[in-house]
Ligand binder design. Structure first.
Ligand code: 3PG
Length: 229
């Protein structure tokens, strides 16, 4: 692993990645922390993009909530210096719109097989939300091995993960909902976890790009086994 810029021209410090080959384009599954952005104010979009890139965590799941979601996907994807996906995707139509806007991965809060199949046909990664064993098994039946555990904090995320880890050995989870810097390390340390996602990093966008960058750096430090700095 090197810190060299990839062929896809997305400058990413090696510290963010665990698995990416030096010459491979970044993928969602290279990141151990996935910042979620729910855009309350259009003016925050550039602060989020600038801050995540400066903070060495150039990936964002833009929630399609409210009037600014799709436009934010489009604007952030057009930058070309960070990996942009869409979250809170509730239908095939929304998935299609998000992909047309430039989304490179899709995250959903629940498991909708139609949405999963559509995104798979588009050739993009999809990480659907699951909570119950039945949902996990349905997702496995759809060929998925990476799932979002949502809302993890409400349903005893780490305990559930431990119960699932033994049973569903082909699957890894991205807990989301209630993850913060303070509990990030314990979630990432769980062997059934491939990444953790949450809104705490972009949630400071109202204070500008530097605040987002600082939050991203702290998360990256934890993800790489250090303290938050
Ligand atoms: C969500 O979909 O809202 C995410 O899980 C983020 O949850 P958080 O705001 O608790 O980080």
């Amino acid at each position: 692993m090197t810190g060299e810029t990839s062929a896809a021209a997305v400058p990413v410090p090696a510290s963010v990645f665990e698995t990416r080959e030096a010459d491979a384009a970044p993928s969602l599954f290279d990141f151990r922390v996935v910042p979620l952005a729910s855009i309350a104010d259009e003016a925050h979009v550039d602060a989020i993009g600038d801050g995540l890139v400066a903070g060495g965590l150039p990936v964002v799941e833009v929630a399609l909530r409210g009037e600014h979601g799709l436009g934010a996907v489009r604007r952030l994807a057009a930058r070309g210096d960070l990996l942009v996906g869409a979250g809170t995707v509730l239908s095939v139509d929304q998935a299609r719109e998000a992909i047309e806007a430039g989304a490179q991965f899709i995250v959903t809060p629940g498991l909708d097989p139609d949405v999963v199949r559509f995104v798979q046909q588009e050739g993009l990664p999809i990480v659907p939300g699951v909570l119950t064993p039945s949902e996990v098994q349905t997702a496995i039946g759809l060929g998925l091995t990476r799932l979002k555990l949502f809302p993890a904090g409400v349903f005893g995320g780490l305990t559930v993960l431990s119960a699932y880890a033994d049973v569903y050995r082909s699957v890894k989870f991205m807990p989301s909902g209630g993850i913060k810097l303070a509990n990030l390390a314990e979630h990432l340390a769980h062997p059934a976890v491939f990444a953790a996602s949450g809104s705490w990093i972009t949630g400071v966008a109202g204070r500008g790009a530097a605040a987002v960058a600082e939050a991203a750096r702290s998360a990256g430090a934890v993800a790489n086994g250090g303290d938050a700095g």
